[in-house]
Design a protein around this ligand. Structure first.
Ligand SMILES: [Zn+2]
Length: 496
């Protein structure tokens, strides 16, 4: 069997400040850059992303691959019309050329373009329009997918991650290969079932290392055993203003409806548990300082509302202000760090003066927030350059092991005993290497402030004294009810 493989990955926060244009898909700052044809094999094999897992599974099954195109950009506001149409045109031209028996797509499921709300449904429909019903199409999806009926109608099979942090991305590509094999055995599209959950779930409450998500996914696996169906639960990405935003449960197989119904009822019955404690910045720092006094391991604060993995630009300063006000750096000099602050100007200035030099910096930006206001003012201070890097980092944590990212000129600067990691590219702080490449050994620190919501837990929870979640002003709403929604249907509650 010859399988055409392609990918389109974007998580769209329609309330965020920056759009994903074509250049955003070519930079390779957060994941691989745009790839065409055979280059996909070289760059994506062995990486913990879905298409990497699918390629491995295809090899094992003796399938031949027909690589088309793979495009991914860091989460942000809408994908521009130009970018979506370019990516779509690359894939569709290969689909039209034929020479394959099936199609696998590495999709996110929560991409919104300027001109199309349900971009994955649109891409699937365009492909289906060319190949007809006889060529099977399967796709893997992110756990943050906002699933639509159109996507399920157009595809033969869809399966989503079961872990957040997403340590199972490659494993989900393997599940998509299994779905394809099932579809071929069955001879036609398997029966499907879909149920939407009528309330949004904040991303911090979706973590599968914690309840209630852990128990729900354990139940999903048990129900797959019982029913023989392949099931998915996507808690969704609750910052995409379109009619299908929200959690969903679906499945493929003769008994899919039974598994889907039971799982959906369970998720709804746990409604009040899908909430999590989020602190104001000052309270988070105060609690961290108290705890750090006696702790032997670092206290970690998630700066969740500026998470560049959810549409933030990784450049707000609310947590840095809170650290300074509470004199965290004077209490523990050199043992308090904040990463990663996207500030190409300050990083360039640090490179200009060199290691050991000092300069008057203005760190971060005041950016528009979802409330209609602005985030905190930039931090103006004299800083000392402690460490410089060209920004090429190979990640080693459980989520993205083996992936090399390019963050441009980077620097670590110190102000008042606080170490600030500056970058020229955006990357969620989800891997210890993102501290080490600028000379910080995270395990030896007292307080770490990570611009991330949940993903950092995979690599940091094993040595953390405590993990706190703080909501400094930023573009990503920790509580979806704070957002000015316009397209949610009347039956969809904005919080659990
Ligand atoms: Zn995700």
């Amino acid at each position: 069997m010859r399988v055409l493989i392609a990918g389109f990955q974007h998580e769209t926060n329609t309330f965020a400040p920056t759009r994903a244009d074509w250049a955003a898909f070519t930079r390779g700052e957060s994941g691989p850059p745009f790839l065409r044809g055979e280059a996909m094999r070289a760059r994506l094999t062995g990486v913990n992303i879905p298409i990497g897992g699918f390629m491995d599974a295809a090899r094992t099954r003796g399938w031949q691959l027909v690589p088309s195109a793979w495009a991914g950009a860091i989460p942000s506001a809408h994908v521009t019309e130009d970018a979506f149409e370019r990516i779509s045109a690359e894939i569709l031209s290969d689909v039209r050329a034929g020479g394959f028996d099936a199609i696998y797509l590495d999709l996110h499921g929560a991409a919104v373009a300027e001109h199309v709300d349900d971009t994955e449904g649109e891409l699937l429909a365009r492909i289906r329009g060319i190949v007809g019903r006889d060529i099977p199409i399967v796709a893997s999806l992110d756990l943050h997918a906002n699933m639509t009926q159109r996507m399920l109608d157009q595809a033969d099979g869809l399966v989503a991650y079961r872990e957040y942090p997403h340590t199972d991305m490659a494993a989900t590509g393997e599940l998509a290969a299994e779905l394809l094999a099932r579809r071929v055995r069955y001879g036609q599209k398997e029966p499907t079932s879909l149920r939407k959950i009528p309330f949004l779930i904040p991303i911090n409450a979706q973590c599968t290392l914690l309840e209630p998500a852990r128990g729900v996914y354990d139940r999903l696996l048990a129900l797959e055993e019982q029913t023989g169906a392949m099931l998915s639960f996507t808690p969704g990405f609750p910052a995409a203003d379109f009619v299908d935003c929200g959690p969903a449960v679906w499945g493929h197989g003769i008994s899919a409806a039974q598994g889907v119904d039971e799982l959906a009822i369970r998720i709804e019955s746990l409604r009040t548990q899908w909430r999590s404690e989020i602190l104001e910045p000052q309270s988070a720092v105060q609690r961290a300082l108290e705890r750090a006094h006696h702790a032997t391991r670092p206290v970690i604060i998630a700066d969740t509302q500026d998470n560049p993995g959810a549409g933030g630009d990784s450049n707000t300063t609310g947590m840095l202000h809170a650290l300074r006000i509470q004199q965290a750096g004077r209490r523990f000099p050199g043992r308090v760090a904040l990463g990663l602050l996207f500030d190409p100007g300050a990083a360039a200035a640090a490179h200009a003066v060199g290691q050991g030099g000092s300069f008057d910096a203005v760190l971060g930006l005041s950016v528009p927030t979802f409330t209609g206001g602005s985030s905190d003012a930039p931090v103006a201070a004299r800083v000392t350059v402690r460490h410089l890097s060209d920004g090429r980092v190979t990640l080693k944590g459980p989520m993205m092991q083996g992936l090399t990212v390019s963050l441009g000129p980077c620097a670590r600067v110190e102000l008042e005993g606080i170490e600030v990691l500056l970058t020229s590219g955006k990357k969620q702080l989800l891997d210890r290497e993102l501290y080490r490449f600028l000379g910080i050994e995270p395990e030896t620190m007292k307080i770490l402030v990570n611009k991330s919501s949940v993903h950092f837990r995979a690599d940091f929870a094993p040595f953390a004294e405590e993990i706190l979640v703080a909501k400094a002003a930023g573009p990503m709403a920790a509580d979806p009810a704070d957002l000015p929604w316009t397209k949610l249907p009347p039956g969809m509650a904005r919080r659990p």
